[in-house]
Design a protein around this ligand. Structure first.
Ligand code: ADP
Ligand code: ADP
Length: 234
């Protein structure tokens, strides 16, 4: 089914030196459980588009609907992963993964098989190779490991939509490749919709069912490509 529908979305930022039109007349439909990448040059509006869909900012014109409801702010069904992992340095890895559950005061046993949040967090950490690292602090881990922890912090919320803004942009090539395989496995397992921003066409084609290509001044989708390659999922 259609999960996300953008209709004539414009975004203009007001700045001290004038207006910047970041997006112009973006209309788009995203199917549930699809993996959609957005590529394009720096400044073409990728992050703006993602922030609008995530409800972190509002369009200047046009509407964004999610599952039939207008997006007016952050939704509990969304989780976002950025290039910077934004881990809290004074919390342990486990504490970081559990943070969204604390913030949203989610105390129920976890939906995935009646597990406590703690048990689920440990299971997620183990699934990305971080077993035994739960009591470490972020600065004791490598960049790749930190980003894996940040992904666990998103996954524990069991999002319907996972939004990722250059999640592997700060990682070296080898780690990035491993992370791409991990992400495919995770996406297949969870079945959520993924919106994935990247600079890398290669990354987009490898991961996605569909690649949206944007161009700048003002930001717009100029190509919409279905990717038919068999994914090495699972
Ligand atoms: P991308 O993610 O593709 O690099 P962005 O969405 O970050 O592009 O930016 C699109 C355009 O909007 C750029 O020209 C950028 O400078 C501008 N822009 C982004 N965020 C803001 C903001 N908060 N205030 C003013 N201009 C912004
Ligand atoms: P990077 O992001 O620096 O390229 P990775 O996340 O790929 O590194 O980590 C490579 C491997 O190195 C990890 O799987 C882990 O086994 C080991 N490693 C990295 N940092 C640490 C650490 N602080 N403590 C223990 N092992 C580590």
């Amino acid at each position: 089914g259609k999960e996300i529908i953008l209709n004539g979305v414009d975004k203009t930022y007001q700045t001290r030196t004038g207006n910047v039109q970041a997006l112009s007349k973006v209309s788009l439909t995203i199917e549930r459980s699809s993996f959609v990448s957005i590529v394009g040059p720096s400044g073409c509006g990728k992050s703006t588009l993602m922030n609008l869909i995530a409800g972190l900012d509002t369009p200047s014109e046009g509407t964004i609907m999610m599952n039939g409801e207008k997006v007016t702010g952050p939704t509990s069904g969304n989780a976002v992963v950025f290039q910077k992992d934004l881990l809290q340095e004074w919390r342990t890895i486990l504490g970081n993964v559990l943070l969204p559950m604390e913030i949203h005061n989610i105390t129920w046993l976890h939906r995935s098989g009646n597990k406590t949040n703690r048990a689920r967090a440990l299971e997620l950490l183990a699934s990305v190779g971080l077993k035994g690292f739960e009591d470490k602090y972020p600065n004791e881990l490598s960049g790749g490991m930190r980003q894996r922890a940040a992904i666990c912090r998103a996954l524990i919320q069991e999002p319907k939509l996972l939004l990722m803004d250059e999640p592997f942009g700060a990682l070296d090539a080898l780690t990035r490749e491993q992370m791409m395989y991990d992400l495919l496995k995770i996406a297949a397992e969870f079945g959520f919709t993924v919106l994935f921003i990247t600079h890398s066409i290669e990354e987009a084609v490898f991961l996605s069912d569909r690649v949206l290509v944007m161009s700048e001044r003002p930001g717009a989708i100029v190509k919409d490509i279905e990717i038919d390659l068999e994914k090495p999922r699972g």
